[in-house]
Ligand binder design. Sequence first.
Ligand SMILES: Nc1ncnc2c1ncn2[C@@H]1O[C@H](COP(=O)(O)OP(=O)(O)OP(=O)(O)O)[C@@H](O)[C@H]1O
Length: 369
Amino acid sequence: MGAQLRVDGVRHHRGGHEVLRVDSLGIDGGEQVSVLGRNGAGKTTLLRLLAAAETPHTGQVTVDGTGTGHGGIALRRRAAYATQRPGLLSTSVLRNVVLPLKWRKIPRKQRRDLADAALRRMGVAHLAHRHAAGLSGGEQQRVNLARALAIDPDVLLLDEPAASLDSESRLSFLHDLGLALADRTTTVVHVSHRADDALRLADRVIALVGGHVRQDGTADAVIHRPADASVAALVGYDNLLDAQVRADGEVAVGGERTGLTWHGAPGPVTVAAFAIGVSVWPAGASGVPARVERVVPGPGLRTVVLDGGQPILASIPLHAPAPAAGQHVRLSIDPGLSRVLPRSKAASSGPPQSAACSRLVRVGAAITP
Ligand SMILES: Nc1ncnc2c1ncn2[C@@H]1O[C@H](COP(=O)(O)OP(=O)(O)OP(=O)(O)O)[C@@H](O)[C@H]1O
């Protein structure tokens, strides 16, 4: 059974700045959790504390009730920590997997069997006698994970294991990793800045923003009910639009009614909308007024980059007629593919623009300030 992890009252600093502040976080034995956060959110710091590689400046991190500052090497050896860069030793693949077993004093005759089984689980048994230095990036990550799994850790800490892989290798790697962890005998904490990776590998997602836990819930909950705009940006809402709630509770974007409603007080809110939830209509229709800046082809969909007083992205199927650049259009927003969120300080100062901009960069569009 995997170990139970707890983080209580933790404040951790780097370079004189607080980079992690977690009041209370518990992870049950055998649970699989993804920590989702942007670069610099504190994900690696959290993993290092859980791995007992560091102790928190304030508060405590415990593994099955033992503080990481007190557990010594025995506690550190209960965890396997797979870092972003595999860091394989300059020797054969097999020896890379066998050596940690030797360090843990596993009897010689069992080492080979455990190593073979782990290499098989990660689909790289055929590479056992290759030199690690000659492996592709994807193969190295698989061997790295086999090395971690071979010791049958109570805690497996994964730091963006798929970050450097191309999209096809990533999918097959995450699929195989999911199968290898399906028996749920290990507590898994996986960190990633990619929503699709985080959601694929875990049932529970912890959204970390600026070193704080902003939301902790099931994958479904963080997608369907993001706590705020920063979490919506993290889980992949393409648009975070400045909007206003009218006196009758209807939400307006660009001064036009959207049909979306909000039960709170009138005033500024943020509408988080997936691009696929934004439909483009001719200028005579009702809806949010916008001008087409550019249409970018993509797999199965075109992305329409719009200026509605703020950047807006819409996706249309490849077979549908595409609007032309410069065309004035109206937009409707599907309530099932959007959420109205309170406008937070963080939302108005950073994430909305950043989310739209990062998607604009992804589709190769010019960003108009
Ligand atoms: N040695 C250091 N000195 C000063 N600041 C640091 C140091 N190491 C990390 N930091 C800062 O601590 C914060 C958290 O870093 P951390 O590596 O935990 O983030 P992360 O979420 O893992 O980021 P990434 O996705 O880029 O790996 C960042 O703002 C980072 O700049």
